[in-house]
Design a binder for this molecule. Structure first.
Ligand code: NAP
Length: 246
């Protein structure tokens, strides 16, 4: 069977590794091309947008794709919405592979907000030292709250960081001790995070709890797809079921 895997996440890379050894599945990994040096793909890969819903549905048809897995980041809402519409248009079954969001735990001090603009407002008027972990492309709205000192941690340098921001380049996974050390070294008073879920970046949340720091937590955009899977084995079972379908 022929499978298209929309990636750009730890889960997609893990699924790609598991698919690479399955001779009966011809899978292609699709990346947006945002990360400047992406990890080497164990599968044949393609890079760059498809050109909207029409482009993705044409790709599905032209490449005779039998099943589509959307394993993009939970905050990559546009490609996920495109996947739903394009899969329906091309008559291709679709499943989303995503990690569950982090639930708040005892000792957490979270202020949940809808998006980055609300997160910037939630930091308040008083200048604070902020660890900003919203990705290279998510920092724009914080320019509207320039009274804060931002330590912006991202995989690649942001094009347009808030004025005066300190940039820390690092690639997940992150360890708890390192996150605590980073927050102490920069005298961080508050953390801004997306509720990404998963293990690779959750240590910052545990570190904030350990240090008694508040977290402005950006909620996930809603999921549109019908079939939502939370682990790699479930995704492999779903793929096998599509291959077995008449
Ligand atoms: P997005 O806003 O949902 O998508 C914007 C456009 O980028 C899409 O319409 C599509 O272009 C293209 N695109 C996105 N993912 C693609 C993929 N896997 N393969 C081919 N084209 C793709 O996405 P985003 O938030 O910019 O995220 C881009 C990539 O970074 C995704 O692969 C995502 O998994 C990864 N990522 C995102 C975040 C985050 O916080 N958003 C965090 C970590 C990793 P066309 O319309 O032209 O097809």
């Amino acid at each position: 069977m022929r499978l298209l895997l929309l990636g750009g996440t730890t889960e997609a890379s893990e699924l790609a590794r598991r698919l690479a050894v399955r001779a009966e599945i011809a899978a292609t990994l699709s990346l947006a091309g945002r990360t400047k040096s992406p990890a080497v793909s164990p599968l044949p890969a393609r890079t760059g947008g498809f050109g909207g819903i029409a482009g993705l549905s044409a790709y599905l048809r032209e490449n005779r794709i039998d099943a589509l897995i959307d394993a993009t980041h939970p905050f990559a809402a546009q490609i996920s919405a495109h996947a739903v519409a394009a899969a329906a248009a091309a008559g291709v079954p679709l499943a989303v592979l995503t990690r569950p969001p982090w639930p708040p735990q005892a000792g957490d001090d979270w202020r949940e907000v809808a998006d980055a603009a609300e997160a910037a407002r939630a930091l308040g008027e008083t200048p604070r030292r902020v660890l900003l972990t919203v990705g290279r492309l998510g920092a724009g709205p914080f320019a509207a709250a320039p009274q804060h000192h931002y330590v912006l941690r991202a995989i690649d340098a942001p094009d347009d960081p808030p004025p005066g921001a300190e940039i820390v380049l690092a690639r997940p996974p992150f360890a708890l001790d390192d996150e605590i050390a980073l927050m102490r070294a920069h005298s961080i008073e508050i953390v801004v995070s997306k509720n990404a879920g998963g293990q690779a970046t959750r240590a910052k949340i545990d570190a904030a709890r350990a240090l008694g720091l508040p977290v402005v937590m950006i909620r996930r955009p809603p999921l549109v797809a019908q079939t939502v899977l939370h682990d790699i084995d479930a995704a492999l079972d779903w793929i096998a079921a599509q291959g077995a379908a008449p």
